[in-house]
Design a protein around this ligand. Structure first.
Ligand code: CP3
Length: 343
């Protein structure tokens, strides 16, 4: 089978497949023993910067669980370093940006990320592509402008995005300048990933669900549109977010060949409404923590809602949680593969 005819790439293009392709966000991560062993010896940022190790972790994960696509081992926040941000990953606390952006003057101190500053990512993509089975497609990725800006402004994760919204509402000039700078950096970064061999790109707008549709339209849409317009046509793009039930129509308008759905929406009804686009999702990651009866019941409901329509990529609604059992992940992947799509 050529890669181009793999079920995952066919589903991205909205073509019919013999079975529903599945991969999991964060499929290379702490729930996996092999990953924890590598991490015992290597700090997270060193792992990302080491293209041999990043390729190894990527390939090990996809082969261990039997997923239909690999996602390059990296992180959405790495691009912030060549833009001028101080990034560290504290033990158990998540990422920390030591010099948060709070004003127009702070934005002026940043620069567009020179794409060659992230050459270790392209190198990891090339090495991963060379060692993956030919029929397994490789996903490259980046954060979306809003999600990245929220980390830059908050200085880390956030519960209510108060600082982010304060800048957005009080200095829209600085806000749009920041979003534009991030978007321009992302365009070059993504194009380099495609050149290196990424066959699909996923845009992670993980935290955009904290916005109202009005704020999305005014403060986010133009920037996502610019990003997606600039990279569209090269390879399929998956446009992902969480908590986005009220934003999906706008997100679809902004672009992407595949729209990511989380578990808070009914996949069937939402797909009916969105219409002509592929969809990815949408199992609650917590179902992998429960018993297999519930897991197969919930997975079956999603497959039934998709109803064999071409263009469904099975995934979780968000990343695999660290306490997940690998056996449950494999059970889910087998379950999805064995499902008769025409049933
Ligand atoms: O999916 C994959 O297997 C590929 C690798 C990948 C990572 N991060 C590795 C990682 C991907 C696609 C990401 C994307 C990412 N990073 C997002 C968007 C997806 C999402 O979950 O919403 C976000 C918001 C980040 C930022 C980030 N990086 C956070 C909040 C954290 C700490 C929280 C956590 O999950 O530990 C990271 C660190 C990180 N990125 C880890 C991994 C495997 C854990 C690091 C470790 O302790 O080993």
């Amino acid at each position: 089978m050529s890669e181009d005819q793999s079920p995952f790439l066919k589903a991205c293009r909205g073509e019919k497949t013999d079975y529903t392709p599945i991969w999991l966000m964060r499929q290379a991560g702490r729930y996996m023993q092999e990953y924890r062993e590598v991490r015992e010896r290597t700090p997270f940022m060193d792992l990302c910067a080491n293209s041999d190790l990043a390729a190894e972790v990527t390939v090990t994960a996809v082969e261990r669980i039997g997923a239909d696509a690999a996602i390059i081992f990296s992180d959405i926040l790495l691009i912030l370093v060549p833009m001028g941000m101080d990034l560290t990953y504290g033990k158990g606390e998540g990422p920390i940006l030591g010099n948060p952006i709070r004003s127009g003057a702070d934005v002026d101190r940043l620069c567009e990320a020179p794409p060659e500053a992230l050459s270790f990512v392209y190198e990891a993509i090339r090495k991963t592509r060379a060692s993956l089975k030919p029929e397994t497609p490789l996903i490259g990725f980046c954060g979306a402008p809003f999600t990245l800006a929220s980390y830059m402004i908050e200085g880390g994760g956030s519960r209510n995005y108060a600082e982010t919204k304060t800048l957005m509402y009080t200095d829209s000039g600085a806000w749009h300048a920041l979003m534009n700078l991030v978007s321009r950096s992302l365009v070059k970064y993504v194009k380099k990933q495609i050149e290196a061999g990424a066959q699909v790109i996923q845009i992670f707008d993980s935290w955009v669900g904290c916005l109202s549709p009005e704020d999305y339209r005014e403060f986010v849409f133009p920037h996502v549109r610019l990003l997606l317009d600039s990279i569209s046509g090269d390879v399929p793009v998956i446009h992902f977010g969480t908590g986005t039930a009220t934003l999906l129509d706008e997100q679809k308008k902004a672009g992407g060949d595949v729209i990511g759905l989380d578990w808070r929406v009914n996949l069937g009804e939402t797909w009916d409404r969105l219409g002509n686009v592929s969809v990815q999702g949408n199992l609650d990651p917590c179902t992998l923590l429960g018993d297999r009866e519930t897991l197969s019941k919930r997975a079956g409901e999603i497959l039934r809602q998709a109803g064999g329509r071409p263009g469904h990529i099975f995934n979780l609604g968000h990343g695999v949680l660290p306490m997940t059992s690998v056996d449950n992940v494999k059970f889910l992947i087998d379950f999805v593969h064995e499902w008769k799509v025409d049933a």
